[in-house]
Design a protein around this ligand. Sequence first.
Ligand code: AMP
Ligand code: MN
Ligand code: MN
Length: 312
Amino acid sequence: MDQKVFKLIKKSHHIVIVSHINPDGDTLGSMIGLGEALKAEGKKITYINTQNELPLRFDFLASYDKIRSCLPKKYDLLISVDAASFDRTGLDNGVEVDISFDHHKSNTNFAKYPITDASMASTSLVIYNFFKKFSIKITKSSATALYSALAEDSGFFKFDRVNQDTFLIAANLVKLGADPTFIADKLTKRNSLAKLRITEIYLRKLELKADAKVAFAKITLEDFEKSGALKSDTDTLVNLGLSLATVVVSIFAYEIDDRKIKVSLRSKSDHIDCSQIATKLGGGGHKRAAGFTADIKEIDGIIAGIIKETIK
Ligand code: AMP
Ligand code: MN
Ligand code: MN
């Protein structure tokens, strides 16, 4: 598979790379890390995210301002990064994805050539390993993006799947030009007041259920309006629930519009597989971090069901 993918990339000139909807650091950093290295190999690269609202804290990554929301008319190859299923790419039905780089256990093999390694802490590590295997040079801007993706998706080297190799690769990316302090400052020290305000609302709304083993909070459209926060300002709130001593599962929900609600699940028990729960509900993810979208009217029943299933 890898060999075939390498050959396809080698013979293509114009390569489109697509990051997933509700973009996070891994998908944006993996997209740019892949693209910047391939540009140095002489490729023409187009970066796509089908949504218009991109989290601002990634604005220091190369070509961040060149990310477009529509596919070009013509291209040779389409690669998706960090998307577990086709709908996560945000592409119109019928668009063919040639290659996918991913690390989700729940990957549906929607691409013609899927490269998935669920043992990796980020998709950017899957890309790094691919570069190493085929001696593709990692430029400074690529190293910065790949390191940023890893730092974000591993909670700065705290989450599961972080091991010796993760640090060895991180060290190598630093050697290639990624600056850990610069990146950490860019990623974690540029919050808006609105983000702190939505955190305050989250903490106020946080409830403990099932003998304080489950943390649950829901942010409404009204809360977004009151605080001025963006949807992307909520992406780490679920971890605050999980930080409580007694909590093993943290559930966080926010209203997307008046019909749909987004749910994030986090676990710190090896016996609770978030990916399995989310996949059953039409989403996906990893063992300790997963998500799905649901109908707003069904949310209370769904949450009750998750609690009943996880805490037996
Ligand atoms: P989130 O709760 O959105 O931060 O997502 C946690 C993990 O689950 C990430 O790796 C996401 O890529 C994945 N994930 C979240 N929502 C979905 C979904 N609807 N379908 C598939 N994977 C998802
Ligand atoms: Mn992601
Ligand atoms: Mn990821």
